[in-house]
Design a protein around this ligand. Structure first.
Ligand code: ZN
Length: 191
């Protein structure tokens, strides 16, 4: 696997947190984060000037995909033709390996840094520590805590547990097509 090096922001000296604009191949640094880390906003500035909407984060490209951001939609997006778009700029997705953090990994880091754990623990209160089967939560990504709490409530219902947890092995055995597209399989892997 190849890890390309020598990439640098076209407007400053940053060599990581770089975004390749998929319209013209410009390579510019990412946003500055609330804590002063991150980039110098050059990719975002470039979008404001040009309105070229899509950028891929260099260092997150692997044969399985990459982080693609749409400035127009102001969110991460899927680019179903990513492989073609990258090959236009001489990047063969199939031989690339990961060298930088994905946006998901950065969000997990940020949650840890913000001391979410101390909030969850209700710092200052006398609480009894519980752990073990039935007490393990789901990893939070950004705003997914709302979804996680709904899933945890659902799986606490005996009927739901019976349908998607107790029969999970049978569901996996019956499953024939693409497991990522099968609702029953995906529901059964959550617990
Ligand atoms: Zn820059």
């Amino acid at each position: 696997h190849h890890a390309f090096s020598g990439w640098k922001c076209e407007r400053c000296d940053l060599t990581n947190n770089l975004w390749l604009n998929l319209t013209d191949g410009s390579i510019l640094c990412g946003r500055r984060y609330y804590d002063g880390s991150g980039g110098n906003n050059h990719a975002l500035d470039y979008y404001s000037e040009t309105k070229y909407p899509l950028a891929v984060k260099l260092g997150t490209i692997t044969p399985g995909g990459a982080d693609v951001y749409s400035y127009e939609e102001d969110s991460m997006v899927m680019d179903p033709k990513l492989s073609e778009h990258l090959s236009h700029f001489g990047i063969n997705m199939m031989i690339m390996s990961k060298t930088d953090k994905t946006m998901t990994e950065l969000q997990i880091d940020a949650n840890i840094k913000l001391g979410e754990w101390s909030v969850i623990q209700e710092s200052g209160h006398e609480l009894k520590l519980v752990y073990g089967p039935g007490y393990t939560g789901l990893q939070n990504l950004g705003n997914s805590c709302y979804m996680n709490s709904v899933m945890q409530v659902l799986f606490a219902l005996p009927e739901f547990k019976e349908r998607y947890y107790d029969t999970a092995v049978d569901t996996f055995k019956r499953q024939t097509g693409d497991p990522t597209k099968d609702f029953n399989t995906q529901m059964s892997v959550i617990p």
